[in-house]
Design a protein around this ligand. Sequence first.
Ligand code: ATP
Length: 307
Amino acid sequence: MLKVDNVSFSYHKKKTILNDFNFTLQQGEHLCVMGESGCGKSTLLKAIYGLVDLNKGKILWKEEQIFGPQKHLVPGFENFKYVAQDFDLMPYISVSENIKKFLSRFYPEESELRTQELLEVIQMKAFANTMVKNLSGGQKQRVAIARALAKEPQLLLLDEPFGQIDNFKKNSLRRNLFSYLKEKKIACIIATHDKNDALSFADKLIIIKDNKIIEDNSPKEIYDNPKEKYVAALFDDVNEITINNKTRLIYPHQIKIVENSALKATVLNSYFKGSYWLIEADFNGQNVFFNHVSILDRGVEINLDFL
Ligand SMILES: Nc1ncnc2c1ncn2[C@@H]1O[C@H](COP(=O)(O)OP(=O)(O)OP(=O)(O)O)[C@@H](O)[C@H]1O
């Protein structure tokens, strides 16, 4: 349904930001885009929304080509909604009014019902009548999402959607929003640094490095078989360990202490993580990180097993 076909784009001639991007997305599917800061995630969303003119290739939605500002004077593709990092809300009217601005004035009852429904999705019912200028950054972010959903888009583009929202709210909001999108079969592309967006809620994951797509698969497949440290490090404190001249990528939960083993290490530090401790140890001159149920004293010798 969405087809990104051989797309290349640069802001300036010298540096290509998107280099030969190819992927597809079906109706109702959720895609996460990850990669280091500055790799081009926001630029990709802008290109899909039609905010920039491509150097090469094309972007299609159900066979209809999406053009940039040179050919399409009103910015943005009408079936899509884009929530950028800078929200663009109206500060001097209430949360409800901000959402209603995007609904028809001719059907006030429907408009009110829809506004209430969206306030529930973003968990902001208590703030319905609060002026937007008096909201926190995270609250504004949520209103921007509700406003983007007001006229049910076919594709929602979210740039770091939960970046300003505290962990307490983030998890329930994320569950609410993604199940709402699934129910309404709204496709979604999320540019994110947060592994939880990708691992728990995305059907597909794309990883960008050096201006190219280096992974395009299911989140589980990419997590279980990372091609390189750059990929695994987006999810966890991954270890790149050489054993018998073979280098392996191992997540901290894949290493455990055993009674006997030829793999000896010495504890360097223990970091409290809530339900477990992250232990840093020296293993043949390499620093390894692994999870453990309790704190370990510095200098203690341990035997390791790599799963
Ligand atoms: N309007 C612009 N003009 C020129 N260069 C730009 C512009 N916007 C972004 N860039 C450059 O393009 C590159 C990609 O930026 P982009 O914002 O897409 O990265 P990102 O992956 O979304 O980063 P982050 O994770 O930090 O939000 C960066 O090097 C950035 O400096």
